[in-house]
Design a protein around this ligand. Structure first.
Ligand SMILES: NC(=O)c1ccc[n+]([C@@H]2O[C@H](COP(=O)([O-])OP(=O)(O)OC[C@H]3O[C@@H](n4cnc5c(N)ncnc54)[C@H](OP(=O)(O)O)[C@@H]3O)[C@@H](O)[C@H]2O)c1
Length: 299
């Protein structure tokens, strides 16, 4: 199969096309003919070497999530059949014509696979951080980066659970955050004062998806770090602030997110769909932190 890989750490230019042996599904896994691949900021962090595992071996195939048509079943798989459209978490990468999924959900015909592929990583992360924050109906959540792939889903799930959300985003994305039902404000200089003015009774919990140096002021806003979680700022470790990563993948949760996305109960913004051969362009955009929504590659 064709795949896009790196043979060493570096910039997006390191990404190149190769032929790899077709992967085979293990028990409980399915193989899909890939139709959509989700690009995540972690792809660029691993590519640069900043967040690579110490035992990483080359070539590295990126991609944590893919959607496509099942073309081979691992032993014991009975919940989907060849020809079914599914989305899920990829094992061993997804920037390729074929991918192995170990946690997956069926996608109804009414939902485009490029939209479905925005759900696994963002959805799992959103559900995990909301559990950690223990948000209750009537409370107010501040989301730093409410216009991002994770921020958008967190915001909608929090609102659906009866909370209020104040969400930061760039000037260009204020209307998009407001359309989700949140109170938008811009990030950057002065955000703390703007949020205080928008939530005069205070904020109960804060999620940082931006990694943009907002933790200290978020502690000031909350009064302590008990209900502050970041998924993007590693300075949290030294500060005793919760950094959440690596959640448990659940096919049931993913199926629910697919249903919610298909019914319009939640929305996700796909900002660009690019051919897989333009993976370098997609990662460059993702690295910039201003993807403007989910970036999707199609083989
Ligand atoms: N730990 C985990 O489990 C986990 C899981 C998933 C993702 N992540 C990490 O979480 C982060 C977000 O992921 P994502 O996929 O949602 O990325 P994304 O779609 O690129 O979203 C980035 C968000 O950050 C905002 N932003 C950019 N510059 C900012 C600044 N200076 N101050 C405040 N906000 C700013 C963006 O707003 P505009 O677009 O409006 O400029 C956007 O809302 C990434 O670092 C990713 O690696 C971690």
């Amino acid at each position: 199969m064709k795949a896009i890989v790196i043979d060493r750490f570096g910039g997006p230019d390191e990404l190149h096309e190769v032929q790899l042996p077709d992967p085979r599904p293990e028990p409980g896994q399915v193989r899909v003919r890939v139709e959509a691949i989700g690009v995540n900021p972690i792809d660029g962090k691993v590519r640069s070497g900043a967040m690579a595992s110490p035992d990483a071996t080359f070539p590295i195939v990126f991609g944590a999530e893919a959607a496509g048509v099942v073309d081979e079943l691992g032993e014991g798989v009975t919940d989907v059949a060849r020809g079914d459209r599914v989305v899920g978490f990829a094992v061993g990468g997804a920037y390729a014509e074929l991918a192995i999924l170990d946690t997956y959900a069926a996608v109804p015909d009414s939902l485009d696979l490029t939209a479905a592929v925005s759900l696994p990583v963002a959805g799992e992360t959103a559900r995990r951080v909301l559990r950690l924050l223990g948000l209750k109906p009537g409370e107010t959540l501040l989301v730093h980066g409410a216009s991002g792939a994770v921020g958008e889903v967190v915001t909608q799930l929090a609102l659906a659970a009866g909370a209020s959300v104040v969400g930061t985003a760039s000037a260009a994305n204020q209307e998009r955050v407001a359309a989700l039902g949140a109170t938008p404000t811009t990030y950057g200089e002065g955000w703390l004062e703007r949020v205080r003015a928008l939530a005069p009774h205070g904020v109960d919990a804060v999620l940082d998806t931006s990694g943009a140096g907002v933790l200290d002021d978020s502690v000031k806003l909350l009064g302590n770090a008990d209900r502050l979680v970041t998924i993007a700022d590693p300075t949290a470790f030294a500060k005793g602030i919760t950094f959440s990563s690596g959640g448990e993948r659940s096919a049931t949760d993913l199926a629910q997110l697919v249903r919610q996305r298909a019914s319009g109960e939640i929305t996700t913004t796909v900002s660009r769909v690019l051919p897989l051969v333009q993976a370098a362009t997609a990662q460059e955009l993702s690295d910039s932190g201003r993807a403007g929504g989910k970036l999707v590659l199609v083989p």
